[in-house]
Design a protein. Structure first.
Length: 313
């Protein structure tokens, strides 16, 4: 079973409670968690092996990469139902939506490309060739650049989102996996799974300026809304490394479940949600104390992969 990431994305309009969405490759569903009660409240059936998710800025639609059948399911978050299916150009892995909500960039692991999808029409409008086995995708807050981790070429491709062309290729560690960009857009943090470290890229010059050693097999990464800390899931050591982004040093380590992969932070920055693949549950971490305050059972022999946070309707 593939291992994945967690990401929390905040829509532009706050209405009621915050909801978490978890992709479950084990039973082809997306689970919904109410973060006020930390209870799973709903399951949505999608297609084969849902792997990762992305949410539009307005919080109305979720795009689910179905690794098993080369499709993307589009979920209406009000109806809690799949309303469209998009056929991709390869095995879809990571995906990210531009800040204006107009396009989605999808990594196709098997053919080393990125598909650019027009969200208004749910059609592929461009194909960008990147490195070998593209894995995760992140877009800068200004929407100008997309960063792609290429797991089997040990580098990161930088795509100009206006021209859909690769403008830079950055060597990082061994088997880059997750990527997250600071809220100010100045730095990209990349987890290198087989180097046990995180590369910090200065996005102005697209150069690695720091390397931070963390736990065993770092996978997912998320950055707090204030940009002060990065949280890293260490898949092989069953814990989370907390990085101070001012000093690029690990300041805390939090034990969680078995094989943590995905990670996300609530819009107010108070809690971190971590999917533990081999425990079939989600750990909730209080960022003030860096302690686990709740564990949510996903069940159904599923492997929760990624969490998205949106505001409830």
């Amino acid at each position: 079973m593939k291992k994945g990431r967690i990401q929390l994305i905040t829509p532009s309009s706050i209405i009621y409670s915050v909801l978490a969405y978890v992709a479950n490759p084990g039973n082809n569903t997306v689970s919904i968690i109410d973060t006020e009660t930390n209870l799973m409240i709903y399951n949505i059936l999608v297609r084969s092996i849902p792997y990762r998710l992305a949410i539009t800025p307005d919080g109305r639609r979720i795009f689910v990469a179905n690794y098993g059948d080369l499709t993307i399911s589009v979920i209406d978050t009000i109806a809690h139902a799949v309303t469209a299916t998009i056929f991709t150009e390869g095995d879809p892995s990571g995906l990210a939506i531009t800040p204006d909500g107009s396009r989605i960039f999808v990594a196709n692991e098997d053919n080393n490309t990125i598909s650019v999808i027009d969200i208004a029409t749910n059609t592929v409008i461009a194909t960008v060739y990147v490195g070998t086995t593209p894995n995760e995708v992140a877009i800068t807050p200004d929407g100008k650049c997309t960063y792609v981790t290429n797991a089997d070429s040990d580098n990161v491709s930088v795509i100009n989102t206006n021209t859909n062309t690769v403008i830079s290729t950055i060597s990082v560690g061994y088997k880059p996996s997750g990527v997250a960009i600071t809220p100010d857009g100045n730095h990209a943090y990349v987890t290198n799974k087989f180097s046990d470290n995180v590369s910090v890229i200065n996005t102005a010059i697209n150069t690695v300026i720091s390397t931070i050693f963390v736990g065993y097999k770092p996978s997912g990464i998320a950055i707090t809304p204030d940009g002060n800390h990065a949280y890293v899931t260490n898949l092989g050591s069953n814990n989370i490394s907390v990085i101070n982004t001012a000093t690029n040093t690990v300041t805390a380590t939090v034990s969680v479940g078995d094989a943590p992969s995905g990670i996300a932070i609530t819009p107010d920055g108070t809690h971190v949600y971590v999917t533990n693949e081999f425990s079939d549950n989600v750990s909730v971490i209080n960022t003030a104390t860096n302690t686990v305050t709740s564990t949510i059972d996903i069940g159904s022999n599923s492997f929760p992969v990624r969490i998205l946070i949106k505001n409830g309707m």
